[in-house]
Design a protein around this ligand. Structure first.
Ligand code: PEP
Ligand code: MN
Length: 336
């Protein structure tokens, strides 16, 4: 981190700043030039609040030369992380398909969808029990009962399950869940992220509706800082001025994250577009840009779905997408 001092900084003020930095455990490189004086701070500067330094009267500017995230950073972990989850490998060299309804509705519905997506080759079953809905009057999910039905579908099919948590106080109810999803609306719910940092389950961290890649990485860092290093990113589209699609799928986020982080990245083309017919082309695009998997909404009767029916694929449509996935994943040397 580089601190640029104002030209009028006195020796006493500068000495005070340098001794404060030493007191915080840092060493520094001091360079007095003709135009400006610069302090290069040496050490783990991820713990420094740049705004605090900027508040110092003699500081003109502060610039980070290294990223504020450490555990998620590829620099400190050059090889790609691959996680073993319920006997499946997620990460580089593998392509994981997570499929299932937006929300769990009945035992028949979730089990029927689970059997269908398994037959087509999905590796994980998804289904929401706690639903973050824009309207308080919309179906909020079956909550605990929904989790029980999801576990029943897991037992019936052997598929590991992925479901969203909205409140850290619900964590005890997630003991049979294989992957805990943090939804877009909770990407910066820091109390929830901290609590998930202490749990022993992999976390599927969706990108917030209007969050930058660096903010997303910092949210992963929150979970990892607590000791849970199994974080999987999920790009699900961001909010832009475009209204044709529900969100705008930021495909560039996949190579961007792969460049700076070692964590797996998957794509959710269902929430990204809101359009079932866009799921197939964007799944193909996700494979081409290096994603480690996709999450797709599938419902046995989309017209009657209690949530996100308009974007859900029928089991037949999903089967056809899986045909493409099998061919393209093999082309990219990825195992399903
Ligand atoms: C979901 O996966 O059903 C969901 C609510 O997604 P997101 O958080 O991406 O909107
Ligand atoms: Mn949904």
């Amino acid at each position: 981190m580089i601190v640029i001092l104002k030209p009028n900084a006195t020796k006493t003020q500068t000495d005070n700043l340098l001794s404060d930095l030493q007191g915080m455990g840092f060493t520094y490189h001091y360079s007095e030039g003709a135009q400006s004086t610069i302090i290069g701070i040496i050490g783990d500067t991820s713990v420094i609040d740049t705004d605090m330094l900027k508040a110092n009267d003699i500081v003109a500017d502060v610039k980070r030369v290294s990223e504020p995230y450490k555990l998620a950073n590829r620099k400190f972990h050059p090889t790609d992380s691959v996680f073993e989850i319920a006997g499946r490998l997620v990460g580089e060299g593998h392509f994981s398909v997570i499929a299932g309804p937006c929300s769990i509705e009945t035992e028949e519905q979730i089990t029927e969808v689970a059997q269908a997506v398994k037959k087509s080759g999905a590796a994980f079953l998804r289904g929401g029990a706690f639903k973050p809905r824009t309207s308080p009057y919309a179906f909020q999910g079956l909550k605990g009962e929904g989790l029980d039905l999801l576990v029943k579908a897991k037992k019936a099919t052997g598929l590991p399950i992925v479901t969203e948590i909205m409140n850290q106080h619900h964590l005890d109810m997630f003991s049979d869940v294989d992957v805990i999803q943090v939804g877009a609306r909770n990407m910066q719910n820091f109390e929830l992220l901290k609590e998930l940092g202490h749990c022993d389950k992999p976390i599927l961290l969706k990108r917030g509706l209007s969050n930058t890649i660096e903010e997303w990485l910092m949210s992963a860092e929150y979970i990892m800082a607590g000791g849970n290093e199994r974080v999987i990113f999920c790009e699900r589209g961001i909010r832009t001025y475009e209204t044709f699609t529900r969100n705008t799928l930021d495909l560039s986020a996949i190579p961007a994250l792969k460049a700076v982080s070692h964590l797996p990245v998957i794509v959710d083309p269902s929430h990204a577009t809101g359009l079932p017919w866009m799921v197939e082309p964007l799944t193909k695009a996700a494979i081409a840009v290096g994603a480690d998997g996709v999450m797709i909404e599938v419902h046995n009767n989309p017209k009657k779905a209690l949530c996100d029916g308009a974007q859900s694929l029928t089991p037949e449509q999903f089967d056809s997408v899986m045909g493409q996935v099998k061919a393209l994943a093999a082309f990219e040397h990825k195992k399903l």
